[in-house]
Design a protein around this ligand. Structure first.
Ligand SMILES: CC(C)(COP(=O)(O)OP(=O)(O)OC[C@H]1O[C@@H](n2cnc3c(N)ncnc32)[C@H](O)[C@@H]1OP(=O)(O)O)[C@@H](O)C(=O)NCCC(=O)NCCS
Length: 199
């Protein structure tokens, strides 16, 4: 479980570092922009992301987005972002996971290509779900995803989410069939027992 108390949230509203078995989730900083810019602009990462992500991806884009959009949203208490780092190599970030106050879109994530399909994002999802429900106190978490995004949909299934709606959304690769997945706090607390806590 996440080791942050209600007292800390009330008096120190700073996003904490989270841990999983293999990962450190470190609160995102402007200094992460350079590594993100090297890792993120890959077609297989962006193709099922929201169409507001430009493609081709401009060279200075991450720094501008972090400075003008992401960090101000974090300061306003509307979003929480972490870089993912392997515990054995914490100087390098390998992806990002985020939480957002929103009716339909509460969580986003991407991982650098060399680290796909090793169960890493599932670990990160378990940690941030704990944070969303146990620390921030939300009662439901919803996430949209393209039907074609098999990996992301599989993470939803594995972590106990339910499909609640189908629609169409605009992605970097065009307008596509999409789904909204949901899990309540109560459902998460039952499902959570299946996943190990960080050592
Ligand atoms: C989505 C993403 C973060 C997944 O990260 P990951 O660490 O590889 O995910 P995990 O290994 O924890 O779980 C992925 C699951 O999907 C499965 N999977 C992945 N690609 C698959 C494919 N092409 N076909 C079938 N299953 C696939 C994996 O086998 C795994 O399931 P399993 O544990 O039952 O074997 C990564 O693919 C990514 O960065 N994608 C681009 C960004 C993105 O689409 N973000 C989400 C937007 S909604």
């Amino acid at each position: 479980m996440v080791q942050v108390t209600v007292f800390e949230i009330l008096f120190f509203p700073v996003t904490p570092e989270l841990r999983t078995k293999r990962l450190l989730l470190r609160p995102l900083q402007l200094s992460d922009a350079e590594q993100t810019q090297r890792l993120f602009p890959q077609w297989d990462i962006v193709k099922y992301l929201n169409s507001k992500v430009p493609w081709p991806y401009p060279a200075d884009r991450v720094f501008k987005v972090y400075r003008e959009e992401t960090l101000p949203a974090i300061e306003r208490g509307e979003e929480w972002h972490w870089t993912l780092r392997l515990r054995e190599a914490p100087d390098r970030h390998i992806g990002v996971i985020s939480l957002h106050r929103d009716e339909w879109d509460n969580r986003g994530y991407w991982l650098g290509l060399p680290w796909h399909r090793q169960g890493l994002m599932t670990e990160a999802v378990v940690a941030v779900n704990d944070y969303w429900f146990d620390v921030l106190g939300f009662t439901v978490l919803r996430a949209p995803k393209a039907v074609a995004n098999v990996a992301s949909r599989r993470i939803s299934e594995k972590t106990g989410m339910r499909l609640i709606a189908t629609l169409e959304r605009d992605y970097v690769s065009g307008r596509l069939p999409a789904e909204i997945w949901e899990i309540t706090a109560e459902e998460w607390r039952t499902k959570r027992a299946q996943f190990p806590s960080a050592p």
